[in-house]
Design a binder for this molecule. Structure first.
Ligand SMILES: [Zn+2]
Length: 301
């Protein structure tokens, strides 16, 4: 509990939001949405964060401190698209908080404003952790952050009418700076276009689509299933016919499978922050993509 509170406090401090003045109590499921709320609302919101950049957002425990935060929240901001299906429905139920139930204005699902990739044609448990709504890891493409920013600003303003003008002004400023940053990232990342990659988890289809990376293999035999030695051997063999240039994993992934493959294939491992706080550089949304692009460029041969 203390750890989570101190993370929330650290985030607020980092973003310069004094808790005492805050109007709206927000519970964010993932750090990228906490950071986006802070960009848009500033000190009109206090944000409690359910997961850190080093936690797997698919699987966390609904601890008592988190249930208490959900009970006191006026707005829940989560990815949706079944990312949190293992813990969020239970958390919402346990909170007893009517305002944040699905379908209420206090329940905001970021992924619902994004066109999802990898929407399965059929659903079969045997395929692993496959989501009916498509791949939920939408935050790895900054253009998706842009798609979420406007509806999120509108939602924040609706729930905080006295802060609406401030929020709309902050949103316009953020969107302008974000669009400029996207143009800069795309220019910097141009040499990455067409780069074949191996990924640990299918966590990067939006990043791949944005920067033109080409996924040739995944270390997980099925989404959500840790790499097995037989599958790793098959991936290594497959690289003979479909070579790759780097192995991508998120900061929160167990690194052993990637290390096994790197040792034998001599490919560099790129540990991406994946979200705000995933590494020391990724302190806010801008730094998250600065760092992501730079880490990918450094791994190019
Ligand atoms: Zn996933």
């Amino acid at each position: 509990m203390n750890r989570l509170l101190s993370i929330a406090a650290a985030l607020l401090l980092a973003l310069g939001a004094p808790a005492a003045q805050a109007a709206l109590k927000v519970l964010a499921c993932e750090p990228e949405w906490a950071a986006l709320v802070q960009e848009l609302a500033g000190d009109r919101a206090t944000v409690y964060l359910a997961t850190t950049g080093l936690q797997d957002p698919h699987h966390i425990q609904a601890r008592p401190s988190l249930v208490a935060a959900a009970r006191g929240s006026e707005l829940l901001v989560c990815t949706g698209a079944e990312l949190e299906t293992g813990w969020l429905p239970l958390l919402i139920r346990q909170s007893g908080n009517n305002a944040i139930q699905p379908g209420k204005p206090g329940n905001f699902e970021a992924a619902s404003f994004v066109r999802k990739l990898e929407v399965p044609e059929r659903l079969d448990r045997a395929d692993g952790d496959v989501h009916a709504a498509g791949n939920p890891h939408v935050q790895t493409d900054p253009r998706n952050i842009l798609l979420v920013a406007e509806p999120l600003a509108r939602r924040l303003a609706a729930l905080d009418p006295s802060g609406a003008a401030v929020i709309q002004a902050r949103a316009a400023d953020f969107i302008a700076r974000w669009k400029a940053a996207i143009a800069r990232w795309e220019k910097e990342a141009a040499p990455l276009r067409g780069t074949p990659i191996v990924v640990q988890h299918k966590a990067f289809p939006y990043l791949e689509q944005w920067l033109g990376l080409v996924q040739v293999a995944a270390l997980e035999p099925k989404p959500g299933i840790e790499p097995t030695s037989s599958h790793l051997s098959a991936v290594l063999a497959g690289l003979q016919t479909r070579p790759a240039k780097m192995i991508l994993r998120a900061a929160y992934n167990d690194g052993r499978g990637a290390e096994w493959l790197a040792e034998r294939s001599k490919l560099p491992i790129v540990v991406l922050p994946f979200t705000v706080g995933g590494d020391d550089q990724a302190k806010d949304l801008f730094a998250l993509f600065d760092d992501t692009v730079q880490r990918l460029l450094r791994a190019l041969p």
